[in-house]
Every structure is written in structure tokens, then in C-alpha cells.
Design a protein around this ligand. Structure first.
Ligand SMILES: Cc1cc2nc3c(=O)[nH]c(=O)nc-3n(C[C@H](O)[C@H](O)[C@H](O)COP(=O)(O)O)c2cc1C
Length: 395
């Protein structure tokens, strides 16, 4: 199987699985606990159907959107993810370049493996910096200042990771940074030698967003240690309100799931919120962002840009989310498997296929602009959900 044989999410996943040592593949592929939420994230899209209109003259489609002041040529962006150079030696460089090719936004994680400054200098598409809140307030200010000076457009604070999710696949393989592999995990690396050759023949692994501020050289200072020792589990709305004031620009919270929290985010001056359950990697048994989307759009959609991520694999998933009122959607594994499978050409192919799917699906739906997608385009199968929808439409 080669890159040209990859036509959809599952194909890229299969190729990534062939290329990566098991522990790394499972780090990307896994979720928390029993992975119920992880599976539901994508299934949620199958609980409703699209209703196409015909004969609308759909020759030219404009799928651009504006979110948090950033114009994106397509309504999906690359959500920030950790450790990308472990998946392919090009890492964030490949993702940023592919996102630039399609003129969309990309996120750089606090646990990213290429510096936010390098990426900001090289690329002109909008960049998000994903932030975790540290106990040391001085460190928070210094890191925000650094992102400001680099010219990062959007600050994104992840709020669903107040403690690490229980990823049992990683416990079984011994995946952690630094590696503490089980025997089974080591064997998995031994049977994929190309990964190891690539790893040792390319630039040394680093976490440049952190290593200037935090000693991540090993022992207690592992990523696990970073979460338990450095991050602040007492973070509250007042802390975030102070951060929003200090940043004084586009600021969004990633991991909002309730109407009450969405309202508070709007009140403290956030310009965006992202409904997310971290791709099913944090609280298993939590609701899917797609199921929760309409409620939150109705409550705050006129005050903040509402986005969602988790579970998106298809153009039709994007159209369904936009029909419920999302301004744009984020993807994680959708570009991570292609990255692992083939580096930058892989990510470009995945984004290109997604763009083509969205365009084709918009034409088949009889719309030429994203704002023509409305709830009238959707029908929920479950009569209870449908009643809720009817109620909302009437209100
Ligand atoms: C391997 C991996 C690493 C991730 N790392 C981060 C991270 O460092 N910060 C963060 O806010 N979200 C992180 N996420 C969550 C993504 O930003 C996004 O919310 C999630 O992947 C969306 O779900 P999807 O993979 O089903 O598209 C990560 C997700 C994956 C799969």
C-alpha cells in the first residue's frame, strides 16, 4: 500500500499502522478508558441525514469561512497535537506547510516538537498556539509574551486536560516521554527499524515550546511529570479571565461542552470556543461535540465563534457540523495518520481529498456558500432528538 492508494481516513490509518512502531501508532489511535466516547464521536454524525436541494446552479463553490478574525479558504483547520516529529521526522513542519498550501489555520501544541517562532516565520497562514496553564504565573506570562512577539494570531487554552486521561493502550506498551517501553513495546520498535533509523538520523527530539522554560531531560521531568508537577489543577474562570485580558487578542477555549461554560467564556471576553472531548482521549463517557453543538450555538453563537472537533473523518461530517451552526471544525487524527504515513505529501493529500469532498458535497447539497447550510438541511433519525430539533426550530 502506498500514498496514492489512500483515498480516505481509514486508508491513511492503515498505512500509518504499517509504518509506525505499535506504541506510537497506539498513542495516536487510542482514547481513554473503554474508548466509548472516542467511538461515539464519529458515530454521532450518522444519527442525522443531509437533505439535498437540487437545481440551484452550483458551478462555483466558495467554502471559505472567517473564524476568530482569520480567513480560511476551507472550513477545517489542523487542531494542535503533541509530539509530531515522533510520528514523522518532518512533524509540525509538514503540517504547517500543508495547511498553508490549502490556506487554512494550524495549531502548534505546547508539547510541539518544532518552535512556534520557526513556523510563524516560514508560513503565512494563521497560526494557533495551544497553551496549558502552569502553576507558575510568571511562566504563563513569559510564554504568552513569546507567542505574541512571534506573531501568533490566536491563543487557544485547552481546558479539558486538567489532569491526564487514562490511556490504557499507552500503559500496556509503556509509551511515555522519555520512553519507558515494556518488552512487548520494545519488540514493536524492533520490527519497524525504518522508524528508528529515521529517528536517529534526523534532528534531535526536542520540545522547544517548553525546554527553554522547563527541564524535560528525563526522570521526574517527563511529560507525565509536566502534567502533574507543572500544570495547575486549581485553574479557574478568574485565572482565565486574567489571561484573556493579558493576551488582548483572539483567544479561544478548547474543550467547552456545556451551555453554562460557553456563556462564561463569552462573558470573560473569549472570541471563540471549541466543543471538544480531545478526540475521546480525556473523559470517557462524555458526550460528543456534535451531539452538543446545536444547544451551544443557540446559547452563544451570536457572541462568540463556535467551533468543534473530535471524530471528523469526512466532508459530510463537516457539512453536518456547519449546518448546525459551527463556524469551522478542527481535525486531529485526520492529518496525523497521513503525517505518519507519508510526511508532508501525506498531509497535503489528506487535506486535498477533504477539500474535494467538501466541494463535491456542497454541490450535491445545492449550496455554493457555507452560510447557505442551515438546520433545514438536516433530519435526525431518532424521534427524541428530532423532537428536540423541532422544539429548537420553533423557539
Ligand atoms: C496524538 C494526539 C495528540 C494530541 N495532542 C494535543 C495537545 O497537545 N493539545 C491539545 O490541546 N490537544 C491535543 N490533541 C487533541 C486534538 O487537538 C483534537 O482535539 C482531537 O484530535 C480531535 O479529535 P480527532 O482526532 O478525532 O479529530 C491531541 C490528539 C491526538 C490524537
Amino acid at each position: 500500500m502506498r500514498l496514492k492508494d489512500c483515498h480516505n481516513f481509514q486508508d491513511f490509518r492503515t498505512l500509518a499502522k504499517r509504518r509506525l512502531p505499535g506504541p506510537i501508532f497506539n498513542y495516536i489511535d487510542g482514547g481513554a478508558d473503554d474508548e466509548v466516547t472516542y467511538r461515539e464521536n464519529t458515530r454521532a454524525f450518522d444519527r442525522c441525514d443531509l437533505l439535498p436541494s437540487v437545481l440551484r446552479g452550483v458551478k462555483d463553490v466558495d467554502m471559505s469561512v472567517t473564524v476568530m478574525g482569520q480567513k480560511l479558504d476551507m472550513p477545517i483547520y489542523c487542531s494542535p497535537t503533541a509530539l509530531q516529529r515522533l510520528f514523522h521526522h518532518q512533524g509540525e513542519r509538514a503540517v504547517a506547510a500543508a495547511a498553508e498550501k490549502y490556506s487554512t489555520m494550524f495549531g502548534v501544541s505546547s508539547l510541539g516538537t518544532v518552535s512556534l517562532e520557526e513556523l510563524r516565520q516560514k508560513h503565512k497562514n494563521p497560526q494557533v498556539y495551544q497553551f496549558y496553564f502552569h502553576k507558575d504565573r510568571g511562566l504563563n506570562s513569559a510564554m504568552m509574551q513569546r507567542a505574541k512577539e512571534a506573531g501568533v494570531e490566536v491563543m487557544m487554552l485547552t481546558v479539558d486536560s486538567i489532569t491526564g486521561g487514562n490511556r490504557e493502550r499507552d500503559l500496556r506498551t509503556g509509551f511515555s516521554i522519555p520512553f519507558r517501553l515494556t518488552l512487548g513495546g520494545m519488540i514493536q520498535f524492533a520490527i519497524k527499524p525504518m522508524w528508528g533509523i529515521n529517528y536517529v538520523t534526523h534532528e534531535k527530539f526536542r520540545l522547544p515550546q517548553l525546554d527553554e522554560h522547563v527541564d524535560m531531560s528525563g526522570g521526574a521531568s517527563s511529560i507525565g511529570g509536566y502534567f502533574t508537577d507543572m500544570l495547575d489543577p486549581s485553574m479557574n474562570w478568574d485565572d482565565v479571565a486574567a489571561m484573556v485580558r493579558e493576551w488582548d487578542g483572539q483567544f479561544c477555549l478548547k474543550g467547552i461542552m456545556t451551555v453554562e461554560d460557553a456563556r462564561r467564556a463569552a462573558e470573560i471576553g473569549c472570541t471563540g470556543i471549541i466543543l471538544s472531548n480531545h478526540g475521546g482521549r480525556q473523559l470517557d463517557g462524555s458526550r460528543t461535540p456534535f451531539d452538543q453543538l446545536a444547544e451551544i450555538v443557540d446559547a452563544v453563537g451570536d457572541r462568540v465563534d463556535v467551533m468543534m472537533d473530535s471524530g471528523i473523518q469526512r466532508g459530510t461530517h463537516v457539512l453536518k457540523a456547519l449546518s448546525l451552526g459551527a463556524k469551522a471544525v478542527g481535525v486531529g487524527r485526520h492529518y496525523l495518520y497521513p503525517l505518519a504515513a507519508a510526511g508532508q505529501p501525506g498531509v497535503e493529500r489528506a487535506l486535498g481529498l477533504m477539500r474535494a469532498e467538501i466541494e463535491r458535497d456542497m454541490k450535491l447539497m445545492g449550496v455554493t456558500r457555507v452560510d447557505q447550510l442551515t438546520r433545514a438541511n438536516l433530519r435526525f433519525r431518532d424521534p427524541v432528538a428530532a423532537r428536540g430539533e423541532a422544539h429548537r426550530n420553533a423557539a
